[in-house]
Design a protein around this ligand. Structure first.
Ligand SMILES: CC(C)(COP(=O)(O)OP(=O)(O)OC[C@H]1O[C@@H](n2cnc3c(N)ncnc32)[C@H](O)[C@@H]1OP(=O)(O)O)[C@@H](O)C(=O)NCCC(=O)NCCSC(=O)C[C@H](O)C(=O)O
Ligand SMILES: [Mg+2]
Length: 283
């Protein structure tokens, strides 16, 4: 992972003040939203606000624009807007409600050169996750757990049991194809304890980070998806112990009473790489 995606903050593109504020917020990535956070009457003005905001300096933060689905009355214009942006102003374009690779083909034709991300939030999207993740232009997947709950008619539960099949399918697909994948939003933005629990669950499952809706959620996600001091220390000790074992002609080391093989060393190196990438961020 070249850059961290611990915290991925949605900002309604109609909200000029929030887009300005984001230049100083400790988010690893920003999703400038032209879709659900923008009312139909504001769609056109939101593009103008976004064009102005994209001239800001967002530093190391990844800049992702979420457009409306191409079948909507705004989608094609949103895609043309993105295609016309000066080179280097956005890092990726996020397509909502992706059902299958054909949706990405249609957007790819309109956006030569720009990396694509996919919202994973429909039942067909879950079932086609592997083909979506394999798309040659796809670089990231974002769980849309609100839309998925709506489509499934499932209830929101703290353990997210009704979501698990979908989350698991998308995770498997992303990992199989080396794609970034970030978890869905936690709607109760004043409930820090609930957010932390959901972040920890997402981290345990293997997500790279979490999408967020309010700046107050950033610190919790940044901490939850970063390696802990104990994990960094263990990674260093595993690498050292394994190097010593190899020098002594062995293929296995023991650290803290647990075996360390080359696969554990791969994980340890990734942990250190991730910590280093995070150190390069502002938050
Ligand atoms: C949820 C909110 C509507 C709350 O807004 P507000 O009441 O204005 O919050 P505060 O007064 O507490 O704001 C304090 C300051 O923080 C700034 N702010 C607020 N939100 C953001 C933000 N997202 N990014 C950057 N800055 C933000 C305010 O401007 C205040 O600043 P200051 O003036 O300096 O005091 C609001 O947070 C909001 O609109 N959030 C985003 C909602 C959104 O994007 N929704 C769509 C994405 S979720 C989704 O669709 C997921 C998926 O598709 C699915 O299906 O699950
Ligand atoms: Mg959605």
């Amino acid at each position: 992972m070249a850059r961290p995606y611990r915290s991925v903050l949605y900002i309604p593109a109609a909200n000029a003040r929030a887009m300005e504020k984001a230049q100083t917020l400790p988010a690893d990535a920003i999703i400038f939203d032209l879709e659900d956070a923008v009312s139909p009457t504001e769609k056109r003005a939101a593009r103008d606000h976004l064009a102005a905001a994209l001239q800001n300096d967002y530093g190391e933060r990844a800049r992702i624009v979420r457009i409306n689905a191409l079948a909507t009355e705004w989608g094609q214009d949103d895609a043309r807007f993105c295609a016309a942006l000066p080179a280097g102003q956005v890092d990726a374009v996020l397509l909502p409600k992706v059902d299958g690779p054909a949706d990405l083909d249609a957007l790819a034709d309109l956006l030569p050169g720009l990396p694509l991300w996919a919202m994973m939030e429909t039942p067909l999207g879950m079932l086609n996750a592997a083909q979506i993740a394999a798309h040659p232009r796809l670089q990231g997947m974002v769980m849309g757990t609100n839309d998925l709950a709506k489509e499934l008619n499932s209830r929101f539960r703290a353990d997210r049991l009704p979501m698990m099949a979908g989350l698991g399918l998308c995770l498997l697909a992303a990992k199989a194809h080396g794609t970034v994948i970030v978890d869905g939003v936690f709607n109760a933005f004043k409930d820090d304890e609930g957010l932390n629990a959901e972040c920890q669950q997402g981290r345990d499952m293997g997500f790279d980070g979490k999408t967020l809706i309010h700046p107050a959620q950033l610190a919790i996600a940044n901490q939850a998806f970063a390696p802990t001091e104990a994990e960094i220390d263990l990674a260093r000790r595993q690498i050292d112990a394994f190097d010593q074992a190899v020098a002594a002609g062995k293929g296995v080391a023991v650290v803290d009473g647990k075996i360390v093989e080359n696969l554990h060393v791969d994980t340890a190196r990734k942990t250190l790489d991730r910590a280093q990438a995070i150190a390069g961020m502002t938050g």
